[in-house]
Design a protein. Structure first.
Length: 128
């Protein structure tokens, strides 16, 4: 991220402040998430682009000089462990290198999986 006096307040500002080399990837990531989760709320949280659905975190993403970080919580990554095995991963994170195309279909599948998780959580709360 560029050093600014004020942190980005919107995803547009976040993308604009990201390293130039990452910006087109961030725009692709944003488009894939928004098309998969059109009813989600877009915001900046923890210094990253973030999406919430039904009041709960859905996914986050961030742009760096060498990669795009994608954060779909540990359950989102565990469910797609095999698909994500070709990337550098952590407990709830994955790094998509900037020298490769983004796996947009995989990202969309993960987002849809997380939507269902949030819906299930909301249903349980409603039924209590």
């Amino acid at each position: 991220m560029k050093k600014t006096t004020k942190p980005p307040a919107t995803v547009d500002e976040y993308i604009e402040a990201a390293p130039k080399v990452a910006q087109s990837y961030l725009k692709q990531m944003r488009k894939a998430i928004k098309s998969s989760a059109p009813k989600s709320d877009e915001l900046v949280s923890y210094g990253m682009a973030a999406y919430k659905y039904l009041g709960k975190p859905l996914v986050y993403f961030a742009g760096y000089e060498q990669h795009i970080g994608f954060y779909a919580t540990p359950t989102g990554h565990e469910a797609f462990k095999k698909d994500l095995s070709v990337y550098k991963t952590g407990k709830g994170s994955v790094q998509f290198p900037l020298d490769e195309k983004l796996p947009l279909k995989l990202i969309e599948r993960i987002v849809k999986f997380r939507l269902k998780e949030n819906e299930a959580t909301a249903a349980v709360k409603r039924n209590k």
